[in-house]
Design a protein around this ligand. Structure first.
Ligand code: NAP
Ligand code: G4F
Length: 344
């Protein structure tokens, strides 16, 4: 019996990963947080699948995580050949982490430890393969370009620092207890399901609202940051590949090309026949429609970060060679898919 447990199943990546695993006939268990509102819109289409089991839980609550693992152990007993645990739950917004640093440390750092300790306490250690959602934010103020598995880390936010703990505790449990633990060091990946406050989705959603006259302008922060942006579906497939190897290792997943936020804006608007021209600089910079002169893009310091990650560019050659991982959706197609979906 192939069984997987996904923390963060209601998130962008959790929803794609659940689809991939259900397609491969896994029993998929997912942890969802209690909320006063529905948070399950990304996985509602999977509800009828009898192999999907949803449990309430939170990475701040170790006893809850342990009881879910015990329930899995009791349900499958000796039929459980292998349990794959994908730790995707996190306070994943870099800017917000400066406002809730302690919470971010608790969930993104200690939450990883709680999960690993619960796996040990449940007695499932030897049957479990563990994936930790590590991030290119670990490279922060980058020490070399491009960044690979050997590039030194220099995180620039409470989020990055918390994820650094998650990274090392994952390595430590691999080395200390012989557990099958992998870090996926994933560069930015986006999609039609991306949260609305991340810059790519903010742009494509904003564009769609401007076209429908529901919003008159788009207000952004740093336009010159460079990111290595891919599609989440490709990256979630890579997570699964990492847990299918003979030996546990850490892998970078990236497209190996980068673009500025400014380029993303220009490309998205161009798809709707709006050519953006820029005037002014810094917080006074404005992007306007070349044909109509209508001012559409404005800058606000509100979206600047106390410390910025200026440039991320991955080198995923290890994953491409060892896992046979590849990118199906390139940058142009990513922007196109997101614009089309939001403009429907
Ligand atoms: P996301 O859309 O923000 O999803 C985060 C998930 O974590 C949501 O399901 C959220 O639940 C859940 N969560 C948050 N706090 C929790 C808590 N205290 N207990 C239990 N669950 C909690 O993030 P994503 O883009 O899918 O990313 C998945 C993971 O990969 C994250 O760990 C992120 O840091 C990491 N990562 C992402 C990228 C990227 O570019 N997307 C790159 C590298 C690494 P709610 O739905 O209730 O909020
Ligand atoms: O879309 P972002 O918020 O993503 P960021 O900070 O790169 O983090 C994402 O990717 C990480 C992997 O590298 C993940 F670990 C993390 O969980 C998350 O998924 O911002 C991208 C860039 C930044 O440089 C930011 O300063 O866009 C810039 N930006 C400019 N204007 C903006 C905005 N970011 C946001 N969120 N909102 C803006 O208005």
């Amino acid at each position: 019996m192939k069984v997987a447990l996904i923390t963060g199943i209601t998130g962008q990546d959790g929803s794609y990963l659940a689809e991939i695993l259900l397609e491969k006939n896994y029993d998929v268990w997912g942890i969802i947080r209690r909320s006063s509102n529905f948070t399950t819109s990304r996985i509602e289409h999977l509800y009828n699948n009898e192999s999907l089991f949803l449990k309430y839980g939170d990475l701040s609550d170790g006893s809850n995580i342990l009881s879910i693992l015990n329930e899995i152990k009791d349900k499958y007993k000796e039929n459980l050949e292998r349990l794959e645990v994908y730790n995707l739950a996190a306070m994943s917004h870099v800017k917000v982490s400066f406002e809730v640093p302690e919470y971010t440390g608790n969930i993104d750092g200690l939450g990883t430890l709680r999960l690993l300790e619960s796996i040990r306490a449940s007695g499932l250690k030897d049957k479990t393969r563990f994936y930790q959602a590590s991030t290119s934010e670990l490279y922060g103020k980058v020490q070399e370009v491009p960044q690979n598995e050997n590039t030194p880390f220099y995180p620039r936010s409470p989020y990055g620092v918390a994820k650094l703990y998650g990274y090392w505790i994952t390595v430590n449990y691999r080395e200390s207890y012989g557990m099958y633990c992998c870090n996926g060091i994933l560069f930015n990946h986006e999609s039609e399901r991306r949260g609305l406050t991340f810059v790519t989705r903010k742009i494509t959603k904003g564009l769609s609202k401007i076209l429908r006259n529901e919003q008159d302008k788009l207000v952004l922060g740093n336009l010159d940051a460079k990111r290595d942006w891919g599609h989440a579906k490709d990256f979630c497939y890579g997570m699964w590949l990492m847990l299918q190897q003979d030996e546990p290792e850490d892998f970078v997943l990236s497209t190996d090309e980068n673009h500025t936020v400014r380029e993303f804006v220009e490309k998205a608007f161009k798809l709707k026949n709006i050519e953006i021209i820029w005037k002014g600089s810094g917080i006074n910079e404005i992007g306007y429609d070349k044909n109509t002169n209508r001012e559409l893009i404005f800058i606000s310091e509100q979206y600047y970060r106390p410390a910025e990650v200026d440039l991320l560019l991955g080198d995923s050659s290890k994953a491409r060679e060892k896992l046979g991982w590849k990118i199906e959706c390139d940058f142009d197609n990513l922007v196109k898919k997101m614009v089309e979906e939001d403009c429907k």
